[in-house]
Design a protein around this ligand. Sequence first.
Ligand code: BGC
Length: 257
Amino acid sequence: MTGLVLGIDIGGSGIKGALVDLNVGDFASERVRIPTPKKSTPEKVAAVTARIVQHFADQLDDTTPIGVTIPAVVTHGVVRTAANIDKAWIDADGKKIFEEVIGRPITLMNDADAAGVAEVQYGAAKGHPGFVLVTTLGTGIGSAIINRGVLVPNTELGHIELDGHDAETQASSGVKSKLGLSYSEWIPRLQRYYSHVEGLFWPDLFVVGGGISKNASKFLPKLKLKTPIVAAELKNRAGIIGAAWMAADSLENPDVV
Ligand code: BGC
């Protein structure tokens, strides 16, 4: 895939965007960040996203693709869930809402799917020939399953049931901060989570992303798994880069996401 694409990553605290050069899998501009509105309704989030597009307006031509991530299930442009964003998103026609405010076509996708695709295209699992399971540890737990380079979208493995609980409420890095857990207190929770996911999916490789992956050396080596587990490489650029990649890909394969 070639060319410049605008990637936008909508997170719990910030909405970030940059132009991405897909030939190298990295930013081709500065990164712009605007805080996510406190009440993250579709209208408010779309308005901030439009400001980011506006920021890059001079650098876009009529055909520049735009990819946007959201921390929710997205099927064919429609947002289906809202674990960590305003509930008004549930069943909202996200693609249409963004396009009306932005005035250009966009591709909308799950945030962890975008980050996962970026790690397989350009990062820790670059060129991996088999089954890669990417998890993102943040406020929630996101997941992406990529087998032989092809994404199975919207896997939502942060919400598997673990000991009677929604897994992300036990093992995310958000829970670590909320409860003030030390690494040694948090690691058994991660162990329980990854052992369970491993037993259900048996991937060839786990990649662990999300903000806390910058401190991966403090917890990944402590996990006892049969599957290799490595830290994501693209760090906080993965969402934007993956959004851009998926937007360009969806031009070639419309209606896939
Ligand atoms: C959401 C996922 C999202 C993940 C990471 C979960 O709570 O259900 O869709 O990918 O958080 O943001």
